[in-house]
Design a protein around this ligand. Structure first.
Ligand SMILES: [Zn+2]
Ligand SMILES: [Zn+2]
Length: 105
C-alpha cells in the first residue's frame, strides 16, 4: 500500500522494504519496513496522545527515546499537525502496522 510519511510527506510503498542508512543502531544489512509507527505524548491541553508514522529519515530526525512528545513532533515541521494525527489508545499502543493509519491526510 502506498502512503505518506506524516513527517516529510514522502510517499512510501509499505511493501517495499528499505535499507536503513540513518542509524548505526538499526540493522543495516537486512532491509526493513520503510515506515515506523511511534507513540507521541501530547503537551497540548485537551489533546490526547497520538500516533505518528514516519520514514527512516524522519525517525532519525526525531531522536526518539521511548516515545516522542508533541513538541518534538513540531520540531521537524511535519506535514500532518499533531492535532490531526490518529488517536493513541491503550488498544492501539504497540501496534506497528502503518497501514492502519493510511487514511490520515
Ligand atoms: Zn519522513
Ligand atoms: Zn503507545
Amino acid at each position: 500500500m502506498e502512503m505518506k510519511c506524516f513527517g516529510c510527506g514522502c510517499l512510501k510503498d509499505t511493501e517495499s522494504l528499505e535499507y536503513n542508512t540513518q542509524n548505526d543502531d538499526l540493522v543495516k544489512d537486512v532491509p526493513i519496513e520503510p515506515l515506523f509507527v511511534l507513540c507521541a505524548e501530547s503537551r497540548i491541553e485537551g489533546v490526547g496522545w497520538k500516533h505518528v508514522v514516519v520514514c527512516h529519515a524522519c525517525f532519525a530526525a526525531l531522536e526518539l527515546d521511548m516515545w516522542i512528545s508533541s513538541d518534538c513532533w513540531k520540531s521537524i515541521n511535519p506535514v500532518v499537525n499533531f492535532r490531526d494525527l490518529p488517536e493513541h489508545t491503550e488498544d492501539s499502543c504497540g501496534k506497528d502496522n502503518p497501514e492502519e493509519y493510511a487514511h490520515i491526510k
